[in-house]
Ligand binder design. Structure first.
Ligand code: MN
Length: 437
């Protein structure tokens, strides 16, 4: 699966791409949609390189791309990337190879492409595809165990968890891109010990550290995607914050699942790191011998050999006060996606198994990503034991759940010996006071 675009010693004629801590070196080349900030320019597709965005609409117009790469470059410059996602692996590979060669320090095409660069500090982003449908999974066993320990300590995790990737159908309309602010949701909740619910601003606002997975080519309704083919239907990965109103969620959850507790806002990072860029960071996926082994449709040699991906993840919190002072943000947790109980390929296959058709540009949330160790929990409800053990921040403030003015920033990157480090940028969102209605 590895090719010349993954070579760790490749450098670019864009100097910032060669810094060792840069999220967007030549080996990454993630896709997003942007325009110059504060303008009424049309949004168009771009590729991140160093601290710049390569305007793909302009780059395609230079005529330097040929054949399959030119076809993909055309769609990579569109205001939404659905058509690029629909093309499939052969086209994506051709474009990545052409971009890698054109942006290379040796033998690249700086003359043609330099005018197509826009500094990342000067751009704003929008959601990178028209997301027809959004599905949020629940696939971290450490998250499931942590939450059950808090909510129903006498019960094990639900019996189905170890047999299939569980999910609910989410809301696409309220997905926004990093940098956004949103109002604390209003809702109905049953306070502990109360006999009737109350209506008011959410009192237990939380985040969930997740990855977003964009669907590449879709499948026809009634035609499930076999696990052996599932990877070909995955375009790439971004960071995702599934903001959660815990008090609203737990009151409404039974019998039909999450609704207002989840549908008010979801924030994603602007850049989609392609599956091809993630190839050097794949790992074996294991299921311990004393646990249920997957049913045949969720089992494949390839998924065993390299279904897991080692994506390092962090969640940071800064508050109105910490931004005004000198303490700076506090890191709340850190973990890796490689601990996840189910792989993205298994999620996609299970999603389609009943005949559901996925469409290019659809978004799958991985579910909260919590690791096995202390400090690896991907949500505040776990870190604070549902508010009973507040976190102490770097400036001395305490938090059981999120307060107005708080901002959560997710970060992600991949690194491995002998590989170029690649990053995801950041996924940041800020809580505004509720608009009481
Ligand atoms: Mn979630």
């Amino acid at each position: 699966m590895l090719n010349e675009t993954h070579a760790p010693d490749l450098t670019s004629w864009v100097p910032s791409a060669n810094r060792p801590d840069c999220d967007f070196p030549l080996q990454n080349l993630p896709h997003g949609v942007f325009r110059r900030r504060g303008t009424r320019e049309a949004f168009r597709g771009g590729v991140a390189i160093g601290d710049q965005v390569l305007d793909m609409a302009m780059a395609h117009a230079t005529g330097i791309f040929e054949g399959e790469a030119a076809r993909a470059a055309h769609h990579a410059g569109a205001p939404a990337l659905n058509d690029l996602m629909a093309l499939g692996t052969t086209s994506w590979r051709a474009l990545r190879l052409a971009l890698s060669r054109a942006l290379r320090e040796d033998g690249g095409d700086a003359k043609a492409l330099r005018p197509c660069l826009v500094p990342q500090t000067d751009v704003e982003h929008t959601v990178p595809s028209r997301i027809g449908d959004y599905t949020d999974f629940y696939t971290s066993i450490d998250h499931a165990r942590n939450v059950m320990r808090i909510v129903r300590p006498d019960e094990p995790i639900s019996a189905n968890f170890q047999w299939m990737p569980i999910a609910y159908h989410g809301r696409a309309s309220s997905i926004g891109v990093s940098g956004q602010s949103y109002r604390r949701p209003m809702g109905q909740a049953m306070p502990p010990g109360a006999t009737a619910p109350v209506h008011g601003p959410c009192a237990r606002l939380d985040y969930e550290l997740e990855l977003g997975i964009f669907v590449g080519p879709g499948n026809r309704q009634g035609e499930p995607v076999a696990l052996a083919d599932a990877e070909r239907h995955l375009f790439g990965v971004c960071l995702l914050n599934d903001w959660s109103a815990r008090d609203i969620q737990f009151w409404e959850l039974v019998p039909l699942g999450p609704f207002l507790g989840k549908n008010f806002c979801t924030t994603i990072s602007p850049w989609i790191v392609t599956m091809e860029a993630l190839a050097p960071f794949r790992h074996a996926w294991n299921r311990a011998a004393d646990e249920p082994q997957p049913l045949a449709y969720l089992e494949s040699a390839d998924n065993r050999a390299q279904g897991a991906i080692d994506i390092r993840l962090e969640a940071w919190l800064d508050t109105g006060k910490s931004r005004a002072g000198h303490a700076g943000p506090t890191r709340l947790s850190h973990t890796s996606f490689r601990h996840q109980y189910w792989t993205p390929a298994q999620m996609l296959t299970h999603h389609t198994m009943g005949g559901c058709n996925l469409q290019s540009g659809d978004l799958l949330g991985s579910g909260t990503i919590s690791g096995p160790g202390p400090g690896e929990a991907g949500a505040m409800i776990e870190l604070t034991l549902a508010g009973r053990k507040p976190l102490v921040l770097a400036n001395g403030e305490e938090r059981g759940f999120l307060q107005d003015g708080d901002a959560v920033t997710l970060r992600g990157w991949c690194e491995a010996p002998g590989r170029a480090r690649i990053g995801f940028g950041e996924c940041r969102g800020t809580v505004l006071p509720a608009l009481a209605r």
